[in-house]
Design a protein around this ligand. Structure first.
Ligand code: SF4
Ligand code: SF4
Length: 448
């Protein structure tokens, strides 16, 4: 069954710029001289290192073991020697974090016990699939980085009836998920069926934006080999791929405000990259040690899609994409709407990195910030029905209680409001500041 969906609350029509890299097939980026593996790459407790400096490791070997229920294992992406365990700057968390530094030996030798877990879904139990997700360190690859084994074990009072596979990839410029669907459709669908089996869900819906017709065709063919799968083709509009937006558009169910999650309305959502990673772990035994990354933007010579080892430095990937074209103005980890600008190219990619975007000097030039003209465009654009002009105005003046009362904490930082604002006001920055301040105050209140 195919459903065509056009409706969406808020959002903005952003030029998608996917033409820069969408025709670039995924190629192996290679092995850099050093891999920087942050111990914590996900939501939840940090795993604890199992290795020490001078230890030799092989590809796929576990090097940090999870702690507690919400945690994920970390594995060596290639063979080599552990050079150090030391703090390095984490590009997403924007602070120094413990990292395992691996010096590859170039042999890319796998650990002996790396072997397929199962060749089909009939011969693997739901418990075993959840165990594979846990032991393979699989986390949500759409950017949220929530441990997949935990997502597959929702609280008992939640009655899940639908699994949404998120192939929207609504962030402009990024084409990693598009290429995965095009080149690995069978494995992605196998992964979706594994996710459904592990969570006991009968209904699966593959959700793709209509700007990827070739991926829609590839996925349609792969889906035809299974029962119980539907396809939802959505009109292209940012932020179509947010899990709340997807749940609303495809099923008409409204996810409650934070801490509400799709499972509160009977839905689980996973990214296509996550489904592919789970399929790889089951079919080959390979844990999550690499992922597809788009290196793109007008500021790189040859926008490309790479399969890159986790921990590969950004500088290495830009070099592989032909280096800079002209003088770069800004390098962003992720897409232009939700990504974070990075100051140093020495930082590595992490499990949640779907793209590296290089903007030219002209593109990155800051336009002057003007006073708010109360046009209301930011309110119309907000997919969550918030009032960004008031939250940001209060945050800018330090009135955090007022910002909180205008639901600052519900903001998903999608950037639609700032994108549409004719006065070029940095609305998301102020809202982010309010969220951080409100969180600190709540913590202080709990401790007092
Ligand atoms: S879009 Fe910008 S100018 Fe218009 S109301 Fe919102 S903050 Fe003010
Ligand atoms: S960044 Fe926050 S306030 Fe702005 S549009 Fe997105 S959800 Fe709404």
């Amino acid at each position: 069954m195919i459903t065509i969906i056009k409706k969406m609350i808020g959002g903005v029509p952003v030029p998608d710029k996917k033409e820069l890299s969408e025709k670039s097939p995924v190629g192996f980026a290679g092995i850099p001289d050093e891999l920087v593996l942050f111990v914590s790459q996900h939501i939840g407790a940090s795993p604890v290192p199992l290795v020490k400096p001078k230890d030799t490791v092989k590809r796929g070997q576990i090097i940090a073991e999870p702690q507690g229920f919400v945690s994920a294992a970390l594995h060596a992406p290639t063979s080599g020697v552990i050079k150090a365990i030391e703090p390095r700057f984490h590009p997403v968390q924007a602070r120094m974090c413990e990292a395992i530094i691996l010096e590859p030996d170039g042999r890319h030798e796998p650990v002996e016990e790396l072997s397929p877990v199962a060749s089909d879904l009939d011969s693997i139990s739901p418990e075993k699939i959840r165990a594979v997700a846990e032991q393979s360190g699989i986390v949500g690859l759409g950017g949220a980085c929530f441990p997949t084994s935990v997502k597959l074990t929702p609280p008992e009072d939640k009655h899940i009836d639908t699994y949404l596979l998120n192939g929207s990839e609504c962030e402009p410029y990024l084409t990693a998920d598009h290429r995965v669907m095009l080149e690995q459709a069978d494995k992605v669908i196998f992964g979706l069926k594994a996710l459904m089996k592990a969570s006991g869900v009968e209904r699966g819906i593959v959700c793709i934006e209509d700007n990827k017709p070739d991926a829609i065709e590839a996925m349609k063919q792969a889906m035809s080999r299974y029962d119980g799968l539907e396809l939802a083709v959505l009109s292209t509009r940012y932020p179509r791929g947010g899990e709340k937006q997807l749940t609303q558009a495809v099923l008409g169910r409204e996810v409650p405000p934070p801490p509400g999650l799709p499972y509160d309305v009977g839905v689980l959502v996973s990214n296509v990259g996550t489904a592919y990673a789970l399929a790889e772990a089951i079919l080959t035994g390979l844990p999550l040690v690499e992922r597809v990354v788009t290196v793109t933007g007008e500021g790189v010579a040859k926008p490309s899609n790479f399969k890159a080892l986790i921990g590969t430095p950004v500088s290495y990937l830009i070099e592989k994409a032909g280096g800079f074209s002209g003088t770069p103005g800004k390098v962003i980890m992720g897409g232009p709407m939700m990504g974070c600008a990075i100051k140093s190219l020495d930082v590595p990619i992490v499990k949640g990195t779907g793209g590296i975007l290089v903007l030219t000097k002209e593109q990155a030039a800051q336009e002057p910030i003007l006073p708010c003209i109360k046009c209301g465009k930011c309110i119309d654009a907000c997919p969550l029905g918030l009032q960004p002009l008031w939250i940001s105005a209060y945050a800018e003046r330090g009135f955090m209680e007022e910002a909180e009362s205008f639901r600052a904490m519900d903001c998903m930082e999608c950037g639609c409001c700032a994108y549409i604002c004719p006065a070029k006001r940095p609305l998301v920055q102020w809202i982010r500041m309010a969220k951080s301040e409100i969180t600190s105050r709540r913590k202080a209140r709990r401790q007092s």
